[in-house]
Design a protein around this ligand. Structure first.
Ligand code: ADP
Ligand code: MG
Length: 485
């Protein structure tokens, strides 16, 4: 696997090494240490308590719900849950940080080592180590574009709970990093601990990138901050790896630094170097007790974990006979998997899956809808496949019924009934039509006797006369008999 990842430089092959630090905003109504709203947006400084504003004498209290979400996420990543963890102060000065420190976890995070498995298109997979997950508060935001003469500060985000999820430097290509982000996105959404909305900044990735000769020790890394789309993660890493290779091949060396990705130019550029890096002077926050988790608190969360995408995919393949590709498509989003399971219950699962993956997804994508907003209820889509299976309608007519279902919201049976779309499977009726066509087209009949391929023309005639409703297999069979006779 690693061979295909090597990049050819001017002086030989190089290997990319990537480790990700992901910030995932906890889906919580309130902030990590105050009761203020953690909702996205809002008028500037409208979601700010005295604690978030860093007023003297204010004491933070830990939001238990956020602790629960961190533990849940840890369990979803097969990680060690630390029953004793500590909030520390990370000290630095910045206008959007009213306290002069961020409350984070450092030496003792709430979640330790775990693993996340990424899956390649060829069906193989690879475990990526999770180093840790810790809880921390978000900072506020400096606003530069409201007034020409001043920078303003919006503290709405100050104190919002973030989970920082750090991976081992286990990834070897931008593709692996994107697969890692996609899987993490999927797991977080299954767990409901983060909404995964990258545009709103609920999920953002800092990618650490270095290059080395295959087999060498790790090279010097740079960190690309705040990548807020899957596409940018891939592009920024590829650009950065190239830049480092060219630098080293030109006899220079990579400087450990923080870089920003400029999406418009498709480049990374230096933000600050390690020499300018802060000494954060971490120390345990004296306002907060260590977090001590009880066994039953963890056990209860574990017992309530949903089935996660990997387990669901395995079940869809084993129990329902779906192909790996189809199962992968359906399990990415929990809502899609739920829709599929409802629609497929007691039915031909592969047929139902095909209708979801092609016709339903096609419609939803065109209209920009989520599966929860589907105009067709799962059981109605399933019922449509029933009508195909029992030969009430052909697959072709079913496409027409599907369009009607989208437009009217009616059940497929009602539409078939109302529009008289039932397939004609009555031998006598079809034979009658065939007889009429043969009678009216003696020349064609002679030609068809010499060239059996011309049967297609007759099939077309029957379909035209029956508005496409004749059972195609029966038409073929009866025509062959009639033309042979
Ligand atoms: P820091 O404490 O400076 O943030 P860490 O050791 O915590 O550094 O690593 C931060 C991230 O960088 C982790 O995701 C880790 O996997 C990754 N990383 C560390 N060394 C390298 C390297 N040489 N190349 C690529 N990624 C690396
Ligand atoms: Mg770090």
């Amino acid at each position: 696997m690693s061979d295909r990842n090597l990049i050819e430089g001017a002086t030989g092959p190089w290997e990319i090494v990537i480790g990700c630090e992901v910030h995932a905003q906890v889906s919580s109504k309130a902030k990590l240490f105050s009761g203020a709203s953690a909702a996205f947006g809002g008028d500037p400084n409208s979601h700010v308590s005295l604690i978030d504003a860093g007023m003297p004498g204010m004491l933070p209290t830990v939001n238990g719900y956020c602790l629960e979400q961190a533990v849940k996420t840890g369990l979803g990543l097969d990680a060690q849950i630390n029953k004793h963890s500590v909030f520390e102060r990370k000290n630095y000065f910045y206008p959007d940080l009213p306290n002069g420190y961020q409350i984070s976890q450092y030496a003792e995070p709430i979640v330790g080592h775990g693993v996340l498995t990424i899956d390649f298109e060829d069906g193989s997979s690879k475990p990526i180590g999770i180093t840790r997950l810790h809880l921390e508060m978000d900072a506020g935001k400096s606003v530069h574009d409201r007034r020409p003469d001043a920078t303003l500060v919006d503290l709405n985000r100050s104190g919002v709970a973030l989970m920082e999820i750090v991976s081992e430097p286990d990834m070897r290509s931008s593709e692996e990093a994107v697969l890692y982000m996609r899987k993490l996105h999927s797991i977080l959404r299954y767990l409901g601990t983060c909404d995964g909305n990258m545009e709103e900044g609920s999920l953002r990735c800092d990618a650490n990138v270095s290059v080395r000769r295959p087999g060498d020790a790790l090279g010097t890394r740079t960190e690309i901050k705040n990548l807020n789309s899957m596409r940018f993660v891939g592009r920024a890493i590829d650009y950065e790896a190239r830049r480092q290779i060219e630098l080293i091949e030109a006899g220079e060396s990579v400087i450990q630094e923080t870089r920003l990705y400029d999406a418009d130019r498709g480049e990374t550029r230096s933000m600050r170097s390690k020499e300018e890096a802060h000494d954060y002077r971490y120390f345990p926050d004296p306002d907060l007790l260590p977090v001590v988790l009880q066994d039953d608190f963890i056990a209860n969360i574990k017992a309530a974990l949903p089935e996660l995408p990997d387990a669901k995919r395995a079940r869809f393949m084993q129990d329902l006979g779906l192909s790996r590709d189809m199962a992968s498509v359906l399990v990415t989003e929990r809502a899609t998997a739920d829709y599929f399971e409802k629609a497929a219950e007691g039915r031909d699962a592969t047929l139902v899956a095909n209708w979801i993956a092609t016709d339903l997804f096609g419609h939803l994508n065109r209209e920009g809808l989520d599966v929860e907003q589907s105009p067709i209820a799962p059981n109605d889509l399933g019922a449509l496949t029933d009508l195909i299976k029992d030969n009430t309608i052909s697959g072709k007519i079913a496409k027409q019924v599907f369009q009607d279902m989208v437009a009217t919201g009616d059940s497929p049976a009602d539409i078939v009934e109302k529009k008289g779309l039932k397939q004609i499977s009555d031998t006598g009726a079809i034979e009658q039509i065939i007889a009429e066509i043969i009678e009216a087209n003696p020349a064609q009949v002679e030609k068809a006797k010499e060239n059996p391929k011309l049967i297609g023309w007759f099939v077309g005639q029957v379909m035209q006369k029956t508005k496409g409703q004749a059972n195609p297999q029966m038409v073929n069979q009866l025509l062959r008999k009639a033309l042979a006779g």
